[in-house]
Design a protein around this ligand. Structure first.
Ligand code: ADP
Ligand code: MG
Length: 317
């Protein structure tokens, strides 16, 4: 990579060889890269600093501050932050499987077992954020859920319908499986993109951000409810996993807003006919308009549908 360094101290962009593009967002492009000394692969999120105003720059610094605190197997790991003249570079653990979004687009929808397998891992990440770090993610969606495929484990495995992909481009030689209709493993799921996330209480003190004792009731209330936005989003994601389309949709933005505000969604026939009542109940407890009635993260993890056997994989060593 060619950009003049501001200082000769590490972190150092020259330590990486930038390879192919993994994805992009509004201000960022994410590349796969190789750390030259260790030969390890990483993801580098490159943000166009020169097109940003002050608030946007501060938001990137906030994203980095939040990421630095995180340490969870279902969250992409922060490696280092490089701040040069024109760009910011956020170096992260590489989720080689890419977006769960692509997996749904390719395979239409997930079986209940696969949906549970993925959403359970997202829920573990969210429980960690909400209950241990005091962070609300605020942008949970299939594009921000990445995965790391794991090699086939013949048994014991709760998936009865695991099958090798027929796709000639799948990485058969590495023994890696890709998700298929009716089930196959997508391995370890990693939550990414802390660009909209918010710290609601200090990590170490477990007290609200700002001066304790002077915090206004609406802020305390707001902080309590803010976790619930992630639960709503998990509901939308789970709905989408199970049928292949989102619960709320309208081409006209005003109509869509109206539907969301009223919580107007249905388990559309015929797509939802085969899906279990337990799965529908679980989705409905997440897509509850009143945040007081909506599932919190522990209630969600204890839901009867979620409690059914699900494989939670670990990263291969
Ligand atoms: P934005 O804030 O612009 O949405 P993201 O952090 O979501 O940026 O990254 C944009 C896209 O880049 C993701 O949707 C994904 O496709 C890809 N990506 C991001 N981080 C990684 C990663 N650690 N490993 C692999 N791909 C990634
Ligand atoms: Mg994103």
């Amino acid at each position: 990579m060619r950009e003049k360094r501001q200082s000769h101290k590490y972190p150092n962009l020259d330590a990486y060889e930038v390879l192919e593009k993994m994805g992009e967002g509004a201000f960022s492009i994410v590349y796969k890269a190789r750390h030259i000394d260790t030969d390890k692969f990483v993801a580098i999120k490159i943000l166009r600093k020169f097109q940003m105003d002050l608030a946007q720059k501060q938001s990137v610094l906030k994203e980095v501050t939040i990421m630095r605190q995180l340490n969870h197997p279902n969250i992409v790991r922060f490696i280092e932050f490089i701040d040069l003249d024109k760009y910011y570079y956020i170096v992260q653990e590489l989720a080689v499987g890419g977006e769960v979004f692509t997996a749904i687009v390719n395979y239409t929808y997930f079986s209940e077992d696969v949906a549970r397998h993925v959403i359970t891992q997202v829920a573990h990440a969210i429980r960690y954020l909400h209950e241990e770090v005091g962070v609300v993610h605020r942008d949970i969606k299939p594009e921000n859920l990445l995965f790391y495929p794991i090699p086939f484990q013949p048994s014991p495995n709760p998936y009865s319908k695991l099958r090798r992909s027929d796709d000639p481009n799948s990485k058969k030689d590495e023994g890696i499986f890709i998700p298929g209709v009716g089930g196959a493993t997508i391995g370890v799921v990693k939550l990414a993109d802390f660009g909209l996330s918010k710290q609601i209480w200090e990590h170490n003190t477990k007290t609200p951000c700002g001066t304790v004792g002077y915090t206004a009731p609406e802020i305390v209330r707001d902080q309590r409810y803010s976790c619930e936005v992630d639960m709503w989003a998990i509901g939308c994601v789970l709905y989408t996993f199970l049928c292949g389309f989102p619960p709320f949709y309208d081409e006209r933005i005003e109509m869509l807003t109206e539907k969301v505000a009223k919580g107007e969604y249905t388990f559309l026939k015929p797509w939802w006919d085969e899906i279990s009542p337990e799965a529908k109940y679980c989705v409905s407890r997440l897509l509850t308009v009143d945040p007081n009635q909506r599932y919190g993260i522990d209630e969600f993890l204890n839901d009867p549908w979620m409690q059914k056997c699900s494989l939670v994989p670990t990263m291969p060593q």
